[in-house]
Ligand binder design. Structure first.
Ligand code: GTP
Ligand code: MG
Length: 207
């Protein structure tokens, strides 16, 4: 895939603020600090278009990044990366969590094609919230790609054990997990291939 252009198309809390141009979306789910915004920057090859922070809770709105690229054989691809606010940040108040839930539910109800990429930190057993998020997405009929992120933090030996724990906890096949690192860019190409396949399938379906 060859990137042509990326820009922030819209920052939204509610549907009226979503971008008017309808395009397929790849939406990033995961705990606060899991690395959603960093992954988007890596994939669109921009240093800090999606704002990142070591302080959890950086992304408070739904941000739509409009991306244009070409496949290796020259087919145009257009889509939004949707950077969603993270869940599971212990220090936020209940009102804030309710606000988060409203934003996510409204987004999921928006009847447009979405591929869900859910990030978990490869070093940790997924939380009950990770499992709940995964189940909500799948129960609502979304295709979910699970991404084990921050792979640079583990040795190759530790990795296999960590992937087994994640697969077992989430109830997903181990070989379906994508291993990723925004630092080493491991997994970038695999995700580009998955993105291109999804977007071409959507294009063939007529959106
Ligand atoms: P919220 O916006 O709070 O939901 O967080 P987020 O999921 O968007 O995380 P963000 O991309 O802001 O990254 C959080 C922190 O993790 C930052 O300090 C990043 O530099 C760091 N980080 C992200 N990806 C990686 C990675 O692959 N490896 C390592 N070592 N650190 C990473
Ligand atoms: Mg973020």
């Amino acid at each position: 895939m060859r990137l042509k252009h990326s820009e922030l198309a819209s920052s939204a809390v509610k549907q009226a603020q979503y971008p008017a141009e309808l395009l397929p979306q790849i939406a990033l789910f995961g705990r606060s600090n899991a690395g959603k915004s960093s992954l988007i920057n890596t994939l669109i090859e921009r240093k800090n278009l999606a704002r990142t922070s070591s302080a959890p809770g950086k992304t408070r709105l739904l941000n739509f990044y409009r991306v244009e690229a070409l496949t290796d054989d020259g087919q145009p691809l257009r889509w939004y990366f949707v950077d969603l606010p993270g869940y599971g940040y212990a220090k936020v108040a209940k009102s804030e969590r309710d606000h988060w839930l409203r934003i996510i539910e409204e987004y999921l109800r928006w009847d447009t094609p979405k591929l869900c990429w859910q990030l978990v930190d490869i070093r940790h057993q997924p939380s009950t919230q990770d499992i709940a998020m995964y189940d909500i997405l799948r129960d609502n009929g979304f295709e979910v790609v699970l991404i084990a992120n921050k792979a640079d933090k583990l040795s190759k030996n530790q990795r296999q054990k960590a992937l087994s724990i994640i697969a077992k906890t989430m109830g997903a096949p181990k070989d379906s997990l994508v291993v990723f690192s925004a630092i080493t860019r491991e997994g970038k190409e695999q995700l580009q291939v998955l993105a291109a396949a999804y977007l071409q399938q959507q294009a063939a379906g007529g959106i």
